[in-house]
Design a protein around this ligand. Sequence first.
Ligand code: PMP
Length: 456
Amino acid sequence: MSQQTSSQEIQSLDREHHIHPFSNTGALKQQGTRVIEKAEGVYLWDGDGNKIIDGMAGLWCVNLGYGRQELVDAAATQMQQLPYYNTFFKTTHAPAAKLAKAIAEVTPGDLNHIFFAGSGSEAVDTIIRLVRQYWCIEKKPYRNIIISRENAYHGSTLAGASLGGMGGMHKQGAPGVPGIEHIRQPYWYGEAGDMSEEEFGIACAQALEDKILEVGPDNVAAFIGEPIQGAGGVIVPPANYWQEIQKICRKYDILLAADEVICGFGRTGNWFGSDTLDIQPDIMSMAKGLSSGYLPISAVAIGDRIANALINHDDDFNHGFTYSGHPAAAAVALENIRIMKEENIVEYVANDIGPYFQKKLRDTLADHPLVGHIEGVGLVAGIALMKDKTNKTPFGDDVDVGMICRDHCFANNLIMRAVGSRMVLSPPLIISHAEVDEICEKAKLCFDKTLESVAE
Ligand code: PMP
């Protein structure tokens, strides 16, 4: 397509031919889309020349920010040498092998073995298949139930949507994948009533034990959770929650899976959310920040227990994707990890920009009449918008406060996402103090405008 194609032409092509993910197709065709043309650092530019600050790092993924020439060069160099080859038939290549080692080095515990896929959803599907295969190898094929949580997000393939706890997705994807059970989410601010955080942490973990006993401990393969729920609205569990969950998993010999697609690669101030929340998973999915979103790639890090079962089992694991370990994507991910180490990105989030961001958000927004609660760790945060913050009264179904607020953000060149009535932020990890200030000031302005809109 010629460089001269105008924004209007692109919008028109889009309207005619492009069905967008997670969108109201008819409404979008009416309203039209905003064309994003280029990006640098934490900023995007649209077709009308507006400069937009990206408070979401794309979809929680552009961790090193836009315009990193090293990542572009890594892809180009690899594409010239070997743009594609598979890893199915007793072959490998340098980017996949080196990346597997690089991931094993930064993951916690004995997650020493890496399976590659193309997206977070594929990584989650891989976890389902791997843990079930593990129990088959162990001659306990009846252990096939996977327990997940309400309001969890684990992807949009049939298996990912079934495993996730998003009601809206379940309604549209039925019938779901069998053998999946859900328990309550650890959303203290929204669901604890009068319970302290500690009491609520125990109650939510107890829900896991109750479910295990209900379905029979011998029938459960694994429990899966995001260390901090992301797409559910950035929900940070009570401090004791994961410890209790782990105790219960160990008691019944149930595998523990951490879905690190958002939390992984520095977002919470450690390489993984599991480090931040002191989780020792048997298996872990990752994507997004693995390549800073420059090319699609995901991985499952597998602990020795599951990997050894596969290694000692003299049969194929019948699972894989054409793009498992794609050389160009793997080369970008390898370079991404190298830069993260060279520039001490994880330390920057842990000791500098993460604490700064969390404090600035609270200093700027906590007193706002719409803001009921702010929670977050490192460079991820969720803000609950309430009708009456003192009495904790939420807005009714007639006021889509999140969408109103998101539209004000959009109009004021701030990308902030709405999840129901929660506003969420997850900016690139290379963001500066001044850019954090800009996000917070713009958010305040947009909350003011939202307050005016809902008063009308
Ligand atoms: N798991 C989690 C925790 C996620 O946040 C996401 C995406 N937001 C996925 C899985 C699915 O990833 P993808 O969209 O790359 O398939």
